[in-house]
Design a protein around this ligand. Sequence first.
Ligand code: NZQ
Ligand code: ZN
Length: 385
Amino acid sequence: MENFVYSVPTKIYFGKGQLDRVGMIAAEYGKKALLVYGGGSIKRNGIYDRVKELLEEEGVLLEELSGVEPNPRIETVRKGAAICKEKGIDVVLAVGGGSTIDCAKVVAAGACYDGDAWDLVLNSRKIKKALPVVTVLTLAATGSEMDPTAVISNLETNDKLGTKNEHMRPVASILDPTYTETVNAWHTGAGTADIMSHILESYFSNAEGYMQDRMAEGLLKTCIEFGVRALKDPKDYEARANLMWASSWAINDFLKLGKPVVWSVHPMEHELSAYYDITHGAGLAILTPHWMRHVLSDRTVEKFKTYAVQVWGISAELPAYEAAELGIEKTAEYFKALGMPATLKEVGIGEEKLALMAEKAAGRLAGAYVELSKEEVEQIFKDAL
Ligand code: NZQ
Ligand code: ZN
C-alpha cells in the first residue's frame, strides 16, 4: 500500500426527509444561491418547489441555471459562471444527477476565474478557488456528490474531459434515496454500470491494497444485488439506498488511496460520448467486458481469478484462466440484465471514427493497469462493434 493523505470533507445528509435541511445548509454559505438543474425532472417530482420554499424560509435569494444537458456542455457552464459574477452568488446548489453536479462545480470555479471556464477543464491547476457547492443528488451513478471531479463536453472540438480539483468537492450533499425512485430503467441500469465501473477501475491496479480490494468487492456485490432489484421495483427503498451510498463510496477516493492507478475504460468511453453523445454508463457496460478480455494475460490472470471468485462466486478450484473468463462472462451477463446494450452498433456507433477515438483515448492511458497502444484501443472498440 502506498502513502496517501485522506481528506473527504463533504458532509453527507443521508436518508428520507433530509431535503428539509437544504435552506439551513445553503444559508451557512451565504445569502444568494444559484440553483442549477437539468431538463426538468426536478419539476416533475416536486423537488424544485420544495427547494425554493425551503430556501425562501431561510431568506436565501435564488438565481437559476436550468437545462443542464446530460453530458453537460461548456456553453452552459459559461452561462452559469456569468450569472454568478453578475449577481454576486455566494453558493452553488446543484439539484440533479452527475451532469448537473459537474456543471455546477465548474460554474463555481468559473465564478472565481477571470478567463474562459474551458481553461479550467483543460487545466485543473488553474482552479485556485471556487464558490462552495452543495448538492441534492437525484440519480445514483457518478459519485460526483462526494468527489472533486467534473466532466464537461465541448461539442466544437469533440472533447469530453474531466477536471479535478479539491476546491470543487461539494461541501455538503443531500442523499435522499426516495428521490431516485423516479429514475427510469435506462438510467437506473446505466447508473449501476457506472458505479461498478468506478469500483473496477480502482480495483484493477498494479499497486496492492488488500483492504481496499475487499471493500471494493463488497461494493460490487452491493451493486449486483440491488441494481436488478431497483429495476424490478423502482420504489424499493433498500435497493435505491444501497445504490446511492455505493455510488458515493465507489469514487470518493477511499478505494483508490494507497493503490493509485490511471483509469482505462473511462477514457475510452468518454471518447464515445464526446463524439456520439451516448449515455456514459451504457458505453461503460459495452466496453468493460471487452477491455477485460483484452488485458487478461499471464500477468493479470490471478487478479481476474480473485475477482471472479470473490465477486461472482466462481469456484476457487478452477484453473486461473477458466475462472477469470467465467468472471468476465458474468460481468457481461449482468450488464445485459441491467438492460444495457452489449454492442456499439446498438447505440449507433459504427466503424467511421474508431481510429480517431482510439488515438485520443490511448493518449490518456499512461500509468493504467495495462497500458494500451492506440491500435489496441481500436481493437477493443472493434471487438465491441
Ligand atoms: O436533466 P433531468 O431532467 O434532471 O433528467 C436527468 C437526465 O435526463 C434524469 N434524471 C436525473 N435524476 C432523475 C432523473 N429522471 C427522473 N428522476 C430523477 N430523480 O437522468 C438523466 C441523466 O442524468 P445525468 O445527470 O446526465 O446522469 P449521470 O448522473 O449518470 O451523469 C452523467 C455525467 O456524469 C459524468 C458522465 O461522463 C456524464 O457526463 N461523470 C462524472 C463523474 C464525476 N463527476 O466524477 C465520473 C463519471 O465517471 C462520469 O464520467
Ligand atoms: Zn463513470
